[in-house]
Ligand binder design. Structure first.
Ligand code: SF4
Ligand code: SF4
Length: 478
């Protein structure tokens, strides 16, 4: 089955590293474990400086359901909790000095999957720290919880890795297709869902063949593989759902409301690893670009400095211009290669001038409409930009700023080199912060009202006790 093409761009791929074997980085001497692994919400440490930990020991819990439980990626001693640069920006990190023993925590054991109820599987994934390996790092258990609230459920595994440089999912599907399928089976059970579709781009025949080989002869008639045209941003969740199922998720709705839950293929492989007794303490990162000697996909423990991945790939070469976390379309510039690997870091792009051609200075909009023509979300980027410049929040909301997926297509085609996506990214982050502040103030108000209700109930109990005592006293009186 081949899905239909949508808007977007045809981009030249630079994914030669996908054909090479996955390299495994040695565990770092010092693991710098970011409390926010990329979801925008930090976990809360449960260890202190001086504590000894094994691989897999719980080191931070998720008091906010949007944060990810963290388990130690190395065995050794916690030496500090301090602010360090991380892919999303400076943030608190646990520093764990590796003692080289790689001793696993004995509490981590394989799951008895055949016996576990769906709720128990979700709880195990939460406890193991599994989160979206596609880049969002949103806790997998939270997504499953959300999806389980809706009746019809179809699991969509996203293998449509469409950014021009990123190929860690391609390498994973080629080398470990069986893990992806094992994870799919467990996610289906956790979801209590009937069907799973794995979507692969049509320029990844090796990945598709590996999945088909792994699926051949198995009784999984409810798991199928579809091919999606390799047109950026085919891997964006809503774009992929439309391409695979032929229907768009309505604006304002989330995919589970349409009965679909989308997970990355690497998340599925991480789920399979949890079933085997390995918590989420590592990931595969594409290390690529003209500025690295031998591009490769590297499996690294969380907390490994990017510099160590580049060194494993032969070091820097040529004239590196910029270090980017993610791909050339949606990635973010990094200030230093001391930044550690997180669950959300799928690619380190060491870009040269040739990789990122200079587009010249920004010029006025000429109203060519090219940005609207390519926008996969069907938005009018130039109108959105005008609304933002005018500070008209109602206008930008009406024109769908919330539906922008920050894909960068509009920037890519803009002949005036206007940084549209960055403007939308900043505006959307501001809106999220405002919504978060509103949510926080709602929580405070709810807590205060509950407190008043408790006081009122307590004073009513007190009053009743007082009245009863007085009545009793009267009864005993002269
Ligand atoms: S407006 Fe948003 S979704 Fe549309 S092309 Fe630009 S970045 Fe992508
Ligand atoms: S592509 Fe650039 S120049 Fe053309 S309408 Fe959009 S913002 Fe204006």
């Amino acid at each position: 089955m081949a899905a239909t093409a949508t808007r977007g761009l045809e981009l030249a791929a630079n994914k030669a590293a996908a054909a090479k074997p996955i390299r495994v980085a040695p565990p770092p001497a010092l693991a710098v474990l970011a409390l926010d692994q990329g979801s925008g919400h930090a976990a809360t440490p449960v260890v202190r400086a001086g504590d000894r930990v094994c691989v897999g020991t719980l080191v931070a819990e998720a008091r906010d359901p949007r944060a990810t439980v963290l388990r130690a990626p190395v065995a050794g001693r916690v030496i500090a909790l301090e602010s360090r640069p991380t892919p999303p920006g400076d943030g608190p990190c646990l520093l764990i000095e590796n003692d080289g023993s790689d001793e696993p925590d004995p509490v981590i054991t394989p799951l008895d999957c055949a016996r576990l109820a769906p709720e128990a599987i979700v709880a195990a994934l939460r406890s193991a720290g599994v989160a979206g390996y596609g880049g969002g790092a949103f806790p997998t258990a939270a997504k499953l919880d959300e999806a389980r609230a809706f009746p019809a459920r179809h699991l969509l595994l996203n293998g449509a890795e469409c950014e021009p440089w990123i190929c860690c999912d391609d390498a994973l599907m080629r080398a470990r297709a069986g893990d992806v399928l094992d994870g799919a089976r467990l996610l289906l059970r956790a979801l209590d869902a009937a069907r799973c579709t794995i979507a692969v781009l049509d320029d990844k025949p090796e990945a598709r063949a590996a999945l088909e080989t792994a699926l051949a002869g198995s009784p999984d008639v409810h798991i199928s593989i579809v091919t999606v045209p390799a047109r950026y941003p085919a891997g964006a969740e809503r774009t992929l759902i439309e391409a695979v199922f032929g229907t768009a998720v309505p604006r304002g709705d989330r995919p589970p409301a349409a009965g679909i839950l989308c997970h990355n293929v690497a998340t599925a492989a991480a789920v399979a690893a949890v079933a085997r007794g390995t918590p989420a303490v590592s990931r595969i990162v594409t290390v690529t670009g003209g500025g690295v000697a031998s591009p490769a996909n590297v499996e690294a423990r969380l907390g490994t400095p990017i510099a160590e991945l580049v060194a494993l790939c032969g070091g820097y070469t040529g004239d590196p211009l910029r270090l980017i976390a993610g791909g050339s379309m949606t990635g973010r510039a990094l200030a230093t290669d001391a930044i550690p690997v997180t669950l959300g870091l799928n690619c380190v792009l060491v870009a040269t001038r040739a990789d990122l051609p200079d587009r010249g200075p920004e010029r006025p909009c000429i109203r060519c409409g090219d940005c609207a023509r390519v926008c996969p979300a069907g938005l009018l980027p130039q109108q959105l930009l005008a609304g933002l410049a005018a500070g008209d929040a109602a206008f930008v909301a009406r024109h769908g700023l919330a539906d922008c997926i920050e894909c960068g297509c509009c920037d890519y085609v803009c002949p005036s080199a206007i940084p549209l996506t960055e403007s939308f990214r900043v505006a959307r982050a501001g809106a999220r912060r405002a919504a978060g502040a509103q949510e926080f103030s709602d929580q405070l108000r709810n807590r205060y009202e509950a407190h008043l209700a408790r006081l009122s109930a307590a004073s009513e109990t007190e009053r009743q006790a007082f009245e009863a005592a007085r009545a009793q006293a009267r009864g005993r009186g002269p």
